[in-house]
Design a protein around this ligand. Structure first.
Ligand code: GLY
Ligand code: MN
Length: 464
């Protein structure tokens, strides 16, 4: 937990932004895995963590702006709980650590909400994403569960995005501290990348490193020799000579801040000339992105810059042709990079995506495109100091997409399909860092994980 004044200050700022009404922030509950008492690892809701900080099940917080009251609802543990769980602090003790003096039993929440509804007051809540909270809100607000999301508060959602987008120094410190675990995860994967080892074994070790560093993984590990599948969660392959192993993995810090990095490693210990050529284009794009990232610059422009670096590299190799600027403007490069250059990162790996990724990444000035590839860019708006974002260019040869575009004769003026055909089976390369927008530019959070051709070849397959 951060210090008390961090949470008090956040709630005060939220009140100023939302101005009137009652803000309801439900925490998460345990979710059963296969029977009620055997639950998934508990993960607290990020909005609750941000404003109320308590990392426990069964809680809800309200901020009654008009009556200047803040209450945390929840039940103290009974003696039966304590027998199984050991001694627990009271809710009141927990609440006082985050500057909240009033706590009430969980059952009182419905009275408070129904009283507010009788008075026709606005109840603000952000869009729920867990079914249990959707059902709870439906009961509390007397609305059909299918209609709950339509009642979410745009004013509250926008206020939360405004506050959470700019990371406070204590958050940056927490994120930066945890980057050493990301470094250990990825360098370990590189060292383990040898012919004969399974993706599953590496995945298990990565999850273990995350856990021993203080937290669960921040999203399911992507560890695959079929890196052209963007979110490949199949771990059944055995690595062999000539493969490229793509590992996209992150860890949650003890206070639940995410890391998210990708590295691509030659299983043979050395890149082939062809692998090196493609790798170097992706690395150039990654470096150019970081150099171009500064306050005031739309991340959309940085994304397009990365696309141009990729398209011109592919043109030099004869895989693309024609005018690079025009090819990128029309979206031809998306055959090779169908995703965005990055997203916000913080308490969530795709930060605040429960609210709505378009609200997080776009605004009145910069609107989200519907063009294939560009539409997948989650973060397009102008950057500000304190934003933490990912920088993750990639080049992929996706057989099904190549076949489709070729059959549709798509962008034949920009794509040399004969040469691209020969790249089927190559796989994919992505290189991802987490970066902080500073007052004058951007810097990588933590020590950079080995990334140059020389650095990667030096460490790959050395064993752990
Ligand atoms: N690391 C997974 C993603 O950014 O989508
Ligand atoms: Mn990412």
């Amino acid at each position: 937990m951060f210090s008390k004044n961090v949470y008090t200050n956040r709630r005060n700022q939220l009140k100023k932004l939302v101005k009137t009404g009652l803000i309801l922030i439900p925490g998460n509950d345990d979710a059963p895995m296969n029977y009620p008492d055997n639950t998934y690892h508990f993960r607290q809701d990020s909005t609750f963590l941000y404003f109320f900080g308590i990392d426990l099940q069964g809680l809800a917080g309200i901020i009654d702006i008009d009556n200047d009251r803040e209450i945390i609802f929840g039940d103290d543990y009974t003696i039966d709980d304590i027998i199984w769980m050991g001694p627990q602090p009271t809710l009141n003790e927990q609440a006082s650590k985050v500057g909240v003096s009033e706590t009430r039993p969980a059952k009182d929440l419905s009275n408070v909400i129904s009283e507010a509804l009788k008075q026709k007051r606005t109840i603000h809540f952000t869009p729920p994403y867990r079914y249990r909270n959707i059902l709870k809100l439906a009961d509390l607000l007397n609305i059909h569960h299918k209609d709950v999301k339509n009642h979410a508060s745009l004013a509250l959602t926008k206020a939360c995005i405004k506050l959470r987008s700019t990371k406070e120094p204590c958050e940056i410190e927490e994120m930066e501290r945890h980057m050493s675990i990301a470094w250990e995860m990825h360098t370990t994967a590189m060292k383990m990348a040898q012919p004969g080892i399974s993706e599953q074994k590496i995945t298990g070790v990565l999850e273990g490193i995350s856990m021993s560093g203080g937290g669960i993984i921040s999203f399911p590990v992507i560890c695959s020799v079929r890196g052209e599948t963007l979110h490949n969660h199949y771990h059944g392959n055995i690595l062999k000579k000539g493969d490229l192993l793509l590992v996209d993995a992150g860890s949650e810090s003890p206070l639940h801040y995410a890391t998210d990095h990708t590295r691509t490693t030659p299983v043979s210990g050395q890149f082939t000339d062809l692998q090196k050529q493609i790798y170097q284009i992706v690395l150039d794009a990654n470096d150019r992105v970081r150099e171009a990232t500064k306050p005031g610059v739309p991340y959309l422009d940085v994304h397009l810059l990365a696309c141009k670096v990729i398209a011109s590299g592919l043109k030099e190799m004869g895989l693309m042709k024609g005018d690079v600027g025009q090819a990128v403007a029309e979206g031809a490069h998306a055959l090779f990079m169908p995703h965005g250059i990055g997203h916000m990162i913080g308490l969530d790996v795709h930060d605040m995506e429960d609210y709505d990724d378009t609200l997080v990444g776009y605004d009145e000035e910069i609107k989200r495109s519907t063009q294939f590839g560009l539409s997948a860019l989650r973060m397009g708006r102008r950057l500000k100091p304190g934003f933490t974002i990912t920088n993750e260019p990639g080049i992929y040869f996706i057989p099904a997409l190549i076949d489709k575009w070729k059959a549709d004769k798509k962008f034949t003026q920009y794509i040399n399909y004969d040469k691209v055909e020969a790249m089927k089976g190559f796989g994919g390369i992505r290189l991802e860092d987490d970066i902080l927008v500073t007052d004058t530019g951007a810097r990588i959070l933590g020590q950079r994980i080995p990334i140059t051709v020389e650095e990667v070849e030096q460490i790959t397959g050395t064993g752990v």
